[in-house]
Design a protein. Structure first.
Length: 144
């Protein structure tokens, strides 16, 4: 069963993430459901409830990540840590595809995270396409 995060802490996590999933950058405002507060290092692996270990995650990313923190990279065969929103900088590991609809992993961390969390699942890509048409994608933090 998931731990209940106090509302005040939840709001701090949402605000810090600009109400975007910290993995696929889906925007909570366009989701029918409030996003999850996710333990980057799962509690069962020693993760704590402190802000440095909490991330805002859409249901799809949270479900796909589950308790996993490292995955075998299909390119090198090595075990690689998943993207860590507090330690890693998103733009160091990912970029948007030319048409801005898909997330491309540009490092081993990026590749395994795209694959494990299914960052380009069909419905997320469809939503990005619709939001792009009305100038709401990518999220404003990517616009100069």
């Amino acid at each position: 069963m998931a731990r209940q995060i106090p509302e005040k802490k939840r709001l701090r996590v949402e605000d810090r993430a600009n109400e975007c999933c910290e993995y696929c950058y889906s925007q909570m405002r366009y989701s029918p459901d409030r996003f999850n507060i996710e333990h980057i290092i799962p509690v069962v692996l020693g993760g704590l409830d402190d802000l440095d270990n909490l991330a805002l995650a859409c249901f799809g990313c949270n479900r796909a990540k589950h308790r996993v923190i490292e995955v075998r990279d299909g390119l090198t065969g090595r075990m690689v840590m998943l993207y860590h929103p507090r330690r890693d900088r998103w733009l160091d590991h990912f970029r948007w595809s030319e048409n801005l609809l898909e997330i491309v992993g540009i490092t081993a961390i990026g590749r395994v995270t795209v694959e494990r969390l299914k960052l380009n699942r069909e419905r997320v890509v469809n939503l990005r396409e619709v939001l792009l048409m009305v100038d709401k994608h990518p999220p404003s933090l990517f616009k100069s």
